[in-house]
Design a binder for this molecule. Structure first.
Ligand SMILES: NC(=O)c1ccc[n+]([C@@H]2O[C@H](COP(=O)([O-])OP(=O)(O)OC[C@H]3O[C@@H](n4cnc5c(N)ncnc54)[C@H](OP(=O)(O)O)[C@@H]3O)[C@@H](O)[C@H]2O)c1
Length: 185
């Protein structure tokens, strides 16, 4: 939680726990329409979207959503000249509570959508993490969903280490081998 807000994370990963390739590009092998439909409908209900400077959810409703964009380019928090509903936020200079207050979000869920360092930063705060896995995709040398993920540590290890527990796995696209497991605190 952050104040009265639930914090929920959303990621689609390869079988080896990656969200993008070594160049920071999200490959087609982990893009999926069923996952996008799930993500977009969840974000429609969220009060605030949080992501790093190189990520966003895209889609026709993105501009209408309130968001915090992490960057070291500002010392604390500042308006984003190119996105009226967004604030640029450096968590080293301003707490999440203050950033959310400045955004004018009094209630509702905070949706964290990546990338790697941002997913990692919020590990102690998630009330739920929605982990979609593309069983047929492998991205050797890619960017992991959490900074600690690697040959010895899976995304599931990290979620469990931070006190989250898996609920039932759903096959959201059987033909493509896409599953969704929501981890709850
Ligand atoms: N599969 C998925 O679910 C998923 C989810 C998210 C993203 N992606 C993909 O992953 C790729 C981008 O990943 P990424 O991890 O490189 O991107 P990212 O987190 O979106 O952006 C990285 C930037 O965010 C800022 N940042 C991150 N942590 C910060 C902190 N603690 N304090 C201040 N600023 C911070 C920094 O910006 P400055 O350089 O401005 O300081 C950093 O360079 C894209 O291809 C994207 O599509 C995939």
């Amino acid at each position: 939680m952050i104040g009265p807000h639930r914090v929920e994370g959303y990621a689609i990963i390869s079988v080896d726990g990656m969200i993008a390739d070594a160049n920071g590009v999200m490959p087609q092998s982990i893009r999926n329409d069923a996952d996008q439909r799930f993500l977009q409908s969840e974000l429609d209900r969220a009060a605030v979207i949080v992501h790093g400077r190189r990520s966003n959810e895209g889609g026709p409703r993105a501009a209408g959503r309130k968001r915090l964009i992490l960057t070291h380019a500002v010392p604390t928090i500042a308006p984003d000249p190119s996105h009226p509903n967004a604030l640029l936020w450096n968590p080293a200079g301003t707490t999440p509570d203050k950033a959310i207050e400045l955004l004018g979000a009094l209630t509702g869920t905070i949706a964290v959508i990546g990338g790697t360092d941002v997913f990692g930063l919020f590990l102690p705060l998630y009330d739920a993490f929605h982990l979609t896995r593309a069983a047929r995709a492998k991205i050797p040398g890619g960017r992991p969903v959490f900074p600690q993920v690697g040959p010895q540590t899976t995304p599931e290890d990290m979620l469990a280490r931070y006190g989250l527990h898996p609920t039932a796995r759903r096959d959201i696209d059987v033909n493509a081998g896409i599953t969704l497991t929501t981890w709850q605190r």
